[in-house]
Design a binder for this molecule. Structure first.
Ligand code: HEC
Ligand code: HEC
Length: 252
């Protein structure tokens, strides 16, 4: 289908402007406590229908369509299928994390700086937890395979999948790998609901620290450092040298 015309599939027909009352409300959308265990199972169940990003978002927010109703009933959730396998199969950002980050911003975020900062802090905490934790730590009620755990060392689909393939001695396009990612969606959905619950009670505090190494690297390279020539909180050593190996040109 590469190169296929988009005409036909997406005829752009002008829609009448919705009345103001029909427009979805501004963020954050209303929240009612979600059952974390059910969210995890729902994320697993939806994985095979729409991929990792859709599954995780749906696992977290699906219950709100019933408990809150509108505006959740209006959300075009299938658009989140774009995030499958690190966005359209490119293995960049893990789709489970992408779906969770979208749900966090929808439920806890907003354009006001304090809302945005809260959602970003929750998202960063989730990403760092994912990077450092032996996952998946969720097991569905019925599963296709037994799944071994691994540490991704990265929020990227590429590293997460590859490190798991090494640990499991399995192929990256195997049904076992798909099942592992389905379990992982459950882990990420459950963790996200726990963060949302803490935030709803006004008690969210970051729980996972960046690795000491990433903090050290950042102290010379990240925001307000002497060089300020990079940014981010991904673990540096996954792609560069580490404190234990060499800093090629630098005499520390
Ligand atoms: C004490 C400050 C300091 C710390 C800590 C530090 N760097 Fe650097 N880094 C520098 C400086 C200064 C340069 C430029 C050196 C040069 O060009 O000769 C540099 C260069 C680099 C470069 C580009 C040049 C190269 O050597 O490849 C990379 C990549 C890099 N650092 C990554 C890291 C990582 C990853 C860490 C943590 C493991 C780290 N740095 C820790 C100061 C630091
Ligand atoms: C996902 C892989 C990845 C991670 C994680 C990563 N980097 Fe990089 N980094 C790169 C790539 C790729 C480049 C571009 C290198 C090039 O084109 O030569 C780069 C470039 C850099 C440069 C400039 C290098 C130069 O030659 O001047 C610095 C400094 C740097 N990274 C520091 C860091 C630090 C500090 C961290 C951790 C906070 C980090 N990186 C995490 C992949 C990564």
């Amino acid at each position: 289908m590469v190169g296929a015309s988009l005409a036909g599939a997406t005829q752009v027909v002008a829609q009448p402007a919705p009345a103001a009352a029909q427009s979805p409300p501004e963020l954050p959308w209303p929240y009612k406590p979600i059952d974390a265990a059910k969210a995890a199972q729902a994320a697993y169940d939806h994985y095979y229908a729409g991929g990792c990003m859709f599954a995780t978002f749906e696992g977290i927010t699906g219950e709100l369509r019933q408990s809150v109703g509108y505006p959740y009933t209006s959300f075009p959730r299938y658009m989140l299928m774009y995030g499958e396998a690190g966005v359209a199969g490119t293995a960049t950002l893990c789709g489970a994390l992408n779906g969770a980050a979208a749900a966090i911003f929808l439920i806890a975020g907003g354009i006001r700086p304090e809302r945005k900062e809260l959602a970003f802090a929750m998202t960063r905490d989730l990403f760092t937890w994912y990077e450092q934790t032996d996952l998946p730590d969720f097991e569905p009620e019925v599963s296709l395979f037994d799944i071994v755990k691994s540490v991704s060392g990265s929020p990227l689909c590429h590293a997460s999948v590859s490190n798991w393939c090494k640990a499991a001695n399995a192929k990256s396009y195997s049904p076992e790998r798909a099942e592992r990612c389905a379990w992982l969606c459950g882990s990420v959905a459950r963790r996200t609901v726990q963060l949302l619950d803490a935030a709803a009670k006004g008690g969210f505090k970051p729980t996972v620290a960046l690795s000491a190494e990433t903090q050290t690297c950042g102290s010379c390279h990240d925001h307000k450092s002497a060089r300020e020539d990079t940014r981010g909180s991904m673990d540096c050593g996954g792609c560069h040298f580490t404190n234990q190996t060499t800093h090629s040109k630098l005499k520390l």
